[in-house]
Design a binder for this molecule. Structure first.
Ligand SMILES: NC(=O)c1ccc[n+]([C@@H]2O[C@H](COP(=O)([O-])OP(=O)(O)OC[C@H]3O[C@@H](n4cnc5c(N)ncnc54)[C@H](O)[C@@H]3O)[C@@H](O)[C@H]2O)c1
Length: 319
């Protein structure tokens, strides 16, 4: 097994992907990297770590050559809400990082994973059961970089025979690292606030329906797609993957099954609401199911119980 490099490894996904990869392939096989330094007690310290700015070609080359990397999970990026605040920086990092990762992967023949998003769709995309192949005219800088990233990965596969693969991930709910400034962050924050204060003020309207996934399912999907038999893949890249779809009000109701006095109220953030309104409510992941056997394990009720059990063991209610 050649080694695996993870860029942006200290973020919400990397904090759980790196330990899962290390458990599966061995701690020394997985090189975590980020532009930030890890905390001393961080999980990523259990194996090799490199300081790596993924917009610097030389740095990526050096790490890939030194560690004999054969697979790259490229996670370094700016997320949707932050990208709307800093569109120029988002373009530089999201496109510049991916382009340089692909350019380094090309001569070394590395497999590359690119995490696209439901943000790659836009207001003219069918909103319900969004098909795998459909209109993609996003109105956010995040979405623009995700569509362009999908196309760039397709191009490197077609033109240079690079083994690029990817998923369109929905909003991810997790309890290890806090989310990094996405539109679906509310679905994580709500659990922390529910346990501590039994109260949460949500930045999206109560009936904003979005596609979501619990992190263990997302990690499994990211590992499965990279191991999938290429002969069975028609799309290779940018697979829709889905697990659940809910509104803030429905999530609050699911939490109330465990914390009956939990209260939610709303102070709508127009920037995040506009982004959410341009995204699908639910997506059709039949291509992922038929081409590489995708099947989620967590629905809303199972995810809510697991989040509350895990965070409840760690957090104390405020006095
Ligand atoms: N979290 C989600 O809900 C979600 C959903 C769909 C797609 N995605 C995609 O998955 C990827 C990872 O998302 P995440 O939630 O872990 O993000 P995050 O914001 O939590 O983490 C991103 C990491 O990238 C690092 N980084 C920033 N600039 C860098 C640079 N120049 N070089 C190297 N690293 C740099 C940051 O320090 C951070 O640790 C992104 O491409 C994101 O768009 C995430």
């Amino acid at each position: 097994m050649q080694k695996i490099l993870v860029t942006g490894a200290l973020g919400q996904i990397g904090s759980e992907l790196v330990p899962a990869l290390r458990e599966h392939y061995g701690a020394d096989t997985v090189v975590a990297s980020d532009i930030r330094a890890p905390a001393r007690d961080a999980d990523v310290s259990a194996g090799p770590f490199e300081h790596l700015d993924c917009t610097k070609m030389r740095q990526i080359q050096e790490v890939v050559r030194h560690h004999e990397i054969g697979r790259i999970y490229h996670l370094g990026a700016l997320l949707s809400a932050v990208a709307e605040e800093k569109p120029q920086a988002a373009w530089d990092l999201n496109m510049g990082g991916l382009y340089r990762v692909l350019e380094v992967a090309r001569p070394y023949g590395c497999q590359v994973f690119f995490p696209s998003s439901i943000g790659a769709f836009g207001p003219t995309t069918p909103k319900v059961e969004t098909p795998q192949d459909t209109v993609q005219r996003p109105t956010t800088m995040y979405g623009v970089t995700k569509v362009a990233g999908e196309l760039l990965c397709d191009y490197y596969a077609l033109r240079f025979g690079l083994d690029t693969r990817g998923l369109r991930l929905p909003g991810l709910i997790s309890h290890v690292a806090l989310p990094g400034g996405g539109t679906t962050d509310y679905a994580v924050e709500i659990f922390y606030q529910a346990i501590r204060y039994r109260h949460y003020t949500c930045c999206l309207k109560p009936d904003t329906r979005l596609d979501m996934m619990y992190m263990p399912d997302a990690i499994r999907a990211m590992m499965l797609i990279m191991e999938a038999d290429p002969a069975g893949l028609t799309h290779r890249n940018a697979f829709n993957v889905a697990a659940m779809s809910f509104t803030p009000e429905e999530l609050a109701e699911s939490i109330r099954a465990h914390i009956p006095d939990f209260v939610i109220d709303y102070e709508v953030d127009p920037v995040r609401q506009a982004i959410a309104d341009s995204w699908p409510e639910s997506i059709d992941d039949s291509a992922a199911r038929s081409e590489w056997g995708w099947q989620p394990e967590f629905d809303l009720a199972a995810m809510t119980k697991d989040m509350l059990d895990t965070l409840g063991a760690r957090l104390k209610p405020a006095k």
